[in-house]
Design a protein around this ligand. Sequence first.
Ligand SMILES: [Zn+2]
Length: 395
Amino acid sequence: MPRRVDEADRPPGDGTAPQGCDADLVGTVPRMKRTSTSLADGREIIYYDLDSTHRDRQVKDRRDLGATTTASEVRYDALLDEWVAIASHRQDRTYLPPADECPLCPSRGGRSTEVPDDDYDVVVFENRFPSFAAGDPAPVVPDGMSARGPGFGRCEVVCFTSDHEAPVATLPLEHVRLLVDAWADRTEVLGALPHVEQVFCFENRGEEIGVTLGHPHGQIYAYPFVTPISRRMLGSARRHRERTWRNLFADVLAAEVADGSRVVHQTEHWVAFVPAAARWPVEVHLYPRRRVPDLPALTDAERDDLAGAYPSLLRTLDGLYDAPMPYIAAWHQAPTRVDRDLAHLHLELFSVKRAAHKLKYLAGSESGMGVWINDVTPEHIADRLRAAAGGGGTA
Ligand SMILES: [Zn+2]
């Protein structure tokens, strides 16, 4: 089934990519070039270049890569009414290699990595150890009170920069804008695949979060179902609309802006605040002021503004303990086919770090019962983040 496009939500000339073409200039402003090619084992790799980069990106992957087994499947948990991905092949994946063996750096000096070219701006490729993989989206079959099916979908790695030592917080605005365009383009392309119900762009940063590679990178999951968290949020939004005819996310955003006590950062198009019921010791949500379903629906102006606001927010987090903050950055986008009129694009950014040398662990109440206990008030977190940002609460 083709993906439903919300024309009302999508401005004309919004900088998104035409699909299925290689080495094309993308959007109304020719600021990004996309080139798709293949790695030695057949996985797709896509270079996103600044328009000024002038590279043809046809360097061949000369590695002798064996095929991987991607025996992922999904199983249905009848008690919680949600799917679990079982991907046992991931146990073999690369774990914290030294920087000179980094598989995400470009190929240089005779060493071949996952990126065949010797430099890149932003590059995306299919994960060699995916939790969800391409294949025949065969039907789900019953298994007692459960059900199981193939873990159909796609998992991609996004390398934010070729510089191993340059986290997103340090990248220039033009480069972060390229990353935003790459996220938006992948969302469009993956969302158009059959059986993909939701596209999730995210970054896990820091060993404390369980990151297995130090290179600045994120991931994109194209799920074969709407995720449990999104389903719950959209259910709340549906009930709110039935009661009030209003959008829940927009009302939450408006209430936070009106109150102001938890607002951390505001720009022309974006607002960052600590949610009233924050679960994590550091947690910030970043919303566009205009309700859009997903990243592809952002205008050029909103993308440019995000390219400044996002690294600024990350620097604020780093400033909290004067050290790189381990974090998870999770883009909440509308499902590809359903409830797009209810959703509101936003980023949820949070950390397990509760003090300079202490981490929060998800223990009995959180892991066993789903009841979160936060040792610090959200208002205090907001105060401290504003102080780390230089005070004021707006920038
Ligand atoms: Zn690297």
